[in-house]
Design a protein around this ligand. Structure first.
Ligand code: F6P
Ligand code: MN
Length: 345
């Protein structure tokens, strides 16, 4: 692995493309430094006073673990040395205004999937880097298409950093002995068609008909309109699901549903859906609410939620088709059950 290009080398090349690229590269480098520290904390767990135990709730009402708070502090310390105009985090109620002369803003989810910490499963850090607008109160109300860079880190058996600066997606893996990230996969491409889906199926009774119809098609497999069998996974960490999709394709859904508080799904637009959607599209995949492209949306509030369907293009388009055409939902369900013969005598 020693011969592989380091993240530092990669960022050095990119930073030569312009003055703003220099600021973006410095922020990515700081997040990578923070990620090495957070990887250490997640690996050491209770022996570093990072047990994953619940300490309260964040401003958005999510359970907050001690590691969420530690990860947030580490990232803010690392970014604090740089010129950043505004910083937003899942763990902060409001964005923080920093250096008004700076050219970039950063939004982070310091520790995604934190309900997985205490069970030793993959968690991660997500980041989105945006241009600083003249009016900084609009920093986190920009469309996803304005992102300059985005990425995420997974703290699993490997610590991997997935990055786009708008020119494809590269994956860097932490070389622990040298304390640096090295290029492991270059220009990642998501297969156009998937045969693996991910959804929290315990919410089935709360889903809208198009989501039910799509999952019914997946479950019907060879006997249904999809005409092929599907496998299912649910990890409970958005970063881990995204990494799997970047590795072998697939489709992930966290739709809106009828539970109180889930009218816009569960995931947050600014620091979860936007950066992950940028990665998906840059790797040839897609990301949608089921009706609209995620990157076309602009948040009206910092912790705004959004339904997210992402992954292989063919499956994301199918979910969109089902959302746009109610007659299709009806026509899919009827012959499906007839062919499977569930209700036949
Ligand atoms: O950040 C929210 C999150 O932890 C995601 O990482 C994950 O996809 C989702 O919540 C899990 O939701 P649920 O608790 O419904 O399985
Ligand atoms: Mn999260």
């Amino acid at each position: 692995m020693t011969g592989q290009l380091t993240l530092e080398g990669h960022l050095q090349r990119y930073s030569e493309t312009g003055p703003r690229a220099l600021a973006v590269a410095a922020a990515i480098d700081a997040i990578a430094t923070a990620a090495i520290e957070i990887a250490g904390l997640t690996a050491t767990g209770q022996f570093a006073d990072a047990s994953g135990l619940t300490t309260g709730r964040n401003s958005d009402g999510d359970l907050q673990r001690d590691l969420d708070v530690r990860a947030d502090a580490v990232i803010r310390r690392c970014l604090g040395r740089l010129p950043v105009a505004a910083l937003a985090s899942e763990e902060m109620r409001e964005p923080e205004i920093g250096d008004r002369e700076a050219t970039i803003c950063v939004a982070i989810d310091p520790l995604d999937g934190s309900s997985n910490i205490d069970i030793n499963m993959t968690v991660g850090t997500i980041f989105s880097i945006l241009p600083a607008p003249d009016d900084l109160s609009l920093a986190f109300h920009q469309r996803g298409t304005t992102q300059l860079a985005a990425g995420f880190v997974t703290y699993g058996p490997q610590t991997a950093l997935v990055l786009t600066v708008g020119d494809g997606v590269d994956v860097f893996v932490l070389d622990r002995s040298a304390a640096c990230f090295r290029l492991a996969r270059c220009r990642v491409q998501i297969p156009e068609t998937a045969d693996e889906f991910a959804i929290n199926a315990s919410n089935r009774r709360h889903w809208d008909p198009p989501v039910r119809a799509f999952i019914d098609e997946c479950l019907a497999g060879l006997d249904g309109p999809a005409n092929r069998d599907f496998n299912m996974r649910w990890i409970g960490s958005l970063v881990a699901e995204a990494y799997r999709i970047l590795t072998r394709g697939g489709v992930f859904l966290y739709p809106s549903d009828a539970r109180p508080g889930y009218g816009d799904g569960r995931l947050r637009l600014t620091y979860e859906a936007h950066p992950i959607a940028f990665i998906m599209e840059q790797a040839g995949g897609a990301a949608s609410t089921g009706r609209e492209r995620i990157l076309d949306l602009a948040a009206y509030s910092l912790h705004q939620r959004v339904p997210l369907v992402m992954g292989s293009r063919h499956e994301v388009r199918r979910v969109e088709e089902l959302h746009c055409d109610p007659t299709l939902v009806a026509s899919v369900s009827a012959p499906l059950f007839a062919r499977r013969g569930f209700f036949r005598v």
